[in-house]
Ligand binder design. Structure first.
Ligand code: NAD
Length: 297
């Protein structure tokens, strides 16, 4: 009798559904204590992709029992107006999470805006205080995509201690916080990027590869050690003939026979990002109960 092949596909949709179920239970428990977790999303401008992302975030929050609110501002909104709105939301004790959808129009300084959000309400985990806390290994509000990747890795591998992880990409949103989380989980971490030499050779040494690049199918089987676990963060739209479709940064078909496990695109990391936004909103509400005075007024 043949032994069944081990399951190689990391099912992000199923993992995200488990996170959402945890969040729903905890939101209900919090409401029983008289606290109604609430998320506010701010969108400046009309970018079609951002509009879809914001709508999905709000809908998912409602599904979890999290009160959600959208502020849609015109593309020519001044930085001062946006900062004033953030100031009001910081001071509003009924708002627990504030998310400013990126990218912002070019005339607005993104760093200044992210720094204006109360770190305890910073559900994207982009405020310097949370970034610093993460690099110190503290439990702080952590960027949603890398937090989701960590959950997928821990679900498939258990203890990550001592594993060699190669992170491809060094963005503030994915690559850098991913590296910090892997270090916190006791991995040996190599971060490679557009200026790295010997990228493929470094990748071949990895037990874990996290690809967050934005280059369709950059990583193929030749880059991977047999038995590696691969998390593909990339979302790239490509056109094949008349059809357009989404692919990751990893050439899935070539990698699959060689790896121990891999996330598909779509259906891998994507669903985890939004699930961890819900989890972060709940965490933010808890943190504010522990320290009810706004840290920024
Ligand atoms: P980014 O453009 O900010 O960063 C890309 C990084 O890749 C940079 O650090 C750059 O140095 C590196 N890079 C570029 N070309 C390279 C090459 N040829 N070799 C090695 N490194 C190279 O992008 P980002 O915001 O980190 O996003 C990366 C990808 O992940 C994108 O496809 C994005 O759409 C996707 N993404 C997905 C989710 C999700 O929820 N699934 C969330 C965020 C980002």
């Amino acid at each position: 009798m043949n032994t069944p092949a081990p399951i190689k596909l990391i099912d992000g949709k199923a993992a995200a559904a488990r996170v959402i179920a945890e969040v729903k239970t905890q939101v209900a428990a919090m409401k029983n204590q008289g606290i109604a977790p609430a998320l506010t999303v701010i969108l400046v401008g009309q970018d079609p992709a951002s509009q879809v992302y914001v709508r999905n975030k709000v809908l998912r929050a409602e599904e979890c029992g999290i009160r959600s609110e959208e502020h849609r501002l015109p593309a020519d909104t001044s930085e001062a107006t946006l900062l004033a709105l953030i100031g009001e939301l910081n001071a509003d004790a009924s708002v627990h999470g504030i998310l400013v959808q990126l990218p912002l129009p070019a005339h607005i300084d993104e760093t200044r805006v992210l720094q204006a959000i109360d770190p305890l309400k910073d559900v994207d985990g982009f405020h310097a205080e949370n970034v610093g806390g993460l690099s110190q290994g503290r439990d702080v509000l952590t960027p949603c995509t890398p937090a989701g990747c960590m959950r997928l890795l821990e679900d498939s591998m258990g203890d990550l201690s001592g594993k060699h992880a190669v992170v491809i990409g060094r963005s503030n949103i994915v690559g850098k916080p991913m590296a910090a989380l892997l270090l916190k989980a006791h991995c040996t971490v190599t971060v490679v990027h557009s200026r790295s030499a010997n990228l493929k050779e470094l990748c071949r040494q990895a037990d874990i590869v996290v690809a967050a690049v934005g280059r369709p199918r950059l990583v193929d089987a030749d880059w991977l050690k047999p038995g590696a676990v691969v998390i593909d963060v990339g979302i790239n739209r490509i056109t094949e003939g008349e059809r357009s479709r989404l692919v990751g940064d990893v050439d899935f078909d070539s990698a699959l026979p060689k790896v121990a496990a891999i996330t598909p695109v779509p259906g891998g990391v994507g669903p985890m990002t939004i699930a961890f936004l819900m989890k972060n909103t709940l965490t933010a509400a808890r943190l504010q109960q522990e320290a009810p005075c706004p840290s920024i007024s």
